[in-house]
Write a protein that binds this ligand. Structure first.
Ligand SMILES: Nc1ncnc2c1ncn2[C@@H]1O[C@H](COP(=O)(O)OP(=O)(O)OP(=O)(O)O)[C@@H](O)[C@H]1O
Length: 633
């Protein structure tokens, strides 16, 4: 008998209430996942107990055969999931089953719209865990006791999922957790042996902890009739119950790999690809790495979950061991099982162990190779790139040792396709380079159209020289660390002097020099008119349609990065642009012939060039006034 004392009723945290509401509604057609989620939690609880018991055997309380039991009562309409894992005390229960302690949750919930399909996708990204029980149950009872505590420290938690829950102290002989789902009227189908067994096989086959279900048999008399009262119940293991990564590759089916991914990543959708490796020799480890099909909700959260599930000789040590993969591969999920670390390893110890670095560098290579293989399938890779490309772009800055490998995996929009889709590799670009071209050209702007229509591209389009079009926030940062590819320099077309190499012939170069000479007087007048608004004025041949453009010195921080840093509150020293004039343009010709109003026209050309660059004018009203005066003259 359990006598409940110290009963108190508490409210769910607001986020839990919101999540419950939306989840029940939007996951209706995915209802069966509740079982996978609850089994996953139980398996984690068993893993945690095994780990804690390494130091203190008595935590097993004489019951070291870790297992999960599932039973149902079709008359009562209940399904029970029970484990002899680590269990929870009262405090744990209130914290774990009453709140969501992940940062970014509130923002995530704001994105949910009430539109079923969209929300189901988003909630899948978030991971619903324990609360998914309420998709099929209108009441849940949890009974639990922390391993090692007294039998009197059991806790009972009850809730109808409607905003509050009740906790009470109960006597509990067994440690571990029991979750009783009181099925909703329309979910009674789950109180069925066959249904439950097939769900366990479908979702939880590869979990190392055995999942057991009871089988009751009755004896039969000589006439073949069942003998009353002769029932014998045995607990049969329903799942395969061996750790999937331990099995040889050839024996694991794609479906098994996929469902294992869903277990470790708490993801609803299939992974894009995976890589399973057993390494022997100096380092000994088995790794199974996955690229998910979609981004988790906290991909850009500073403290978002990342890293692999770490095992030492098959014993679970920790989730999210972030020391084994670089930050730019934070989307990779997986398992690492090694003999090279001690079972007592902690997060702090991981940071000091040189073997960790060696494994990290090996796993990084594996992950990059896995992406390289994936890239052979253009369509699948595009899916990957659209989801995780901007994270991979952090790579060259973070991991200079693998810079070239990462560079091969990058995809860009370029003037070759003139489309915003980032689907061209640098190798594609190099294969199309013009005769005499020895550099890879790129432009960085705030948006795709600003990049594509930048005046800086005019000469490149005229000469048929391809330019990489960059506009992601990270792009300028990326390019500041990616200065070469395949022996070719990467050059920002909006910085420094224009150098088209041998794409221009000697005659053209000579003609340009002559024009520059002929315009020396004009250049000087413009510089005098603009004063220290600009650091230099010169004529250019990079323009065909525009009268002028602004250029930055070669090693200056670009406009995009400046704007991002300024928006983040960083004070930067002011930088004056170089104004370049197109000597062929009619407005420049007109400027040359102007005396009165020269300063205003020169100023208009400068302001326009800044606007075309995506920049902001210091005094936009003055610009409009000057322009209007000119238009109405
Ligand atoms: N069977 C269980 N035994 C012990 N603790 C449990 C059990 N089920 C849940 N918990 C505790 O409750 C916490 C919350 O569970 P929940 O499923 O909501 O989230 P999670 O497992 O941490 O995250 P997610 O499932 O999204 O990865 C768990 O982290 C764990 O500490």
């Amino acid at each position: 008998m359990t006598t409940a004392t110290q009963e108190e009723t508490l409210g769910f945290q607001t986020e839990v209430k919101q999540l419950l509401n939306l989840m029940i509604h939007s996951l209706y057609s995915n209802r069966e996942i509740f079982l996978r989620e609850l089994i996953s939690n139980s398996a984690d609880a068993c893993d945690k107990l095994r780990y804690a018991a390494l130091d203190n055997d008595s935590l097993y309380e004489g019951d070291s055969e870790l297992r999960i039991e599932i039973e149902h009562d079709s008359d009562a309409g209940t399904v029970t999931i029970r484990d002899n894992g680590v269990g929870m005390n009262r405090e744990d229960v209130i914290a774990n089953l009453g709140t969501i302690a992940r940062s970014g949750t509130a923002e995530f919930l704001k994105q949910l719209s009430g539109e079923q399909q969209k929300d189901a996708r988003l909630i899948g990204q978030f991971g619903v865990g324990f609360y998914s029980g309420f998709i099929v149950a209108d009441e849940i009872t949890v009974r639990t006791r922390k391993a090692g505590d007294d039998a009197s420290s059991g806790v009972e938690w009850r809730s109808r999922g409607e905003g509050e829950f009740t906790v009470a102290d109960v006597e509990r002989e067994r440690h571990g957790t029991e979750i009783i789902l009181h099925l909703k009227e329309d979910a009674q189908e789950f109180a069925d042996d066959f249904r439950l067994q097939s769900l366990v096989r479908k979702y939880s086959d590869h979990i190392e902890v055995p999942v057991k279900m009871p089988r009751t048999e009755k004896a039969h008399d000589d006439d073949g009739n069942e003998v009353e009262g002769s029932e014998v119940t045995t607990w049969e293991t329903v799942n395969e119950a061996t750790a999937l990564w331990v099995r040889p590759k050839g024996e694991v089916s794609d479906d098994e790999y996929k469902s294992f991914f869903k277990h470790i990543a708490h993801d609803f959708s299939d992974p894009l690809t995976w890589s399973h490796n057993k390494v022997e020799g100096k380092l000994e480890y088995t790794s199974l790495l996955y690229v998910p099909g979609r981004a988790p909700f906290d991909l850009y959260e500073r403290d978002g979950a990342r890293g692999v599930k770490l095992y030492v000789q098959r014993v679970f040590i920790m989730d999210d061991a972030e020391q084994f993969l670089p930050l730019y591969l934070r989307f990779v999920k997986g398992v690492l099982d090694t003999r090279d670390l001690s079972l007592n390893v902690s997060r702090e110890l991981l940071q000091q162990d040189p073997k960790v670095d060696r494994i990290k560098s090996a796993l990084t290579k594996r992950a990059l190779d896995m992406l390289k293989k994936l890239a052979r399938d253009k369509e699948a890779y595009q899916g990957f790139w659209n989801t995780f490309g901007s994270v991979l772009k952090e790579g060259p800055a973070e991991d200079s040792a693998n810079r070239e490998k990462i560079a091969e995996l990058l995809r860009f929009a370029t003037t070759h396709t003139d489309s915003a889709t980032q689907d061209q590799s640098l190798a594609d670009y190099v294969s199309r380079m013009q005769e005499g071209q020895d550099k890879i050209y790129y432009i960085v702007a705030d948006g795709f159209n600003a990049a594509r229509n930048s005046p800086h591209l005019e000469i490149f389009r005229k000469k048929g020289v391809e330019v990489v079009l960059l506009h992601d926030r990270i792009d300028e940062w990326l390019m500041s660390h990616l200065t070469e590819f395949d022996g070719r320099k990467l050059v920002d077309v909006a910085k420094g002097d224009l150098d088209l190499g041998d794409v221009e012939n000697e005659d053209e170069k000579k003609a340009q020099e002559e024009t520059a000479k002929a315009k020396e007087e004009l250049v000087k007048r413009v510089k005098d008119a603009l004063g220290d608004e600009v650091q230099e004025v010169r004529v250019t041949h990079r323009l065909t349609d525009s009268p002028a453009c602004v250029v930055l010195p070669e090693h200056e921080m670009g406009y995009q990065m400046r704007r991002i840093m300024e928006a983040a509150g960083q004070a930067l020293p002011e930088v004056k642009p170089i104004l370049e004039l197109n000597p062929e343009h009619v407005l420049v010709g007109r400027l040359e012939g102007t005396d009165e109003g020269f300063d205003d026209l020169a100023r208009i050309l400068l302001d326009q060039a800044i606007i075309a660059e995506g920049g902001h004018l210091d005094d936009p009203a003055a610009y409009v006034k000057r322009l209007n005066a000119l238009l109405s003259a």
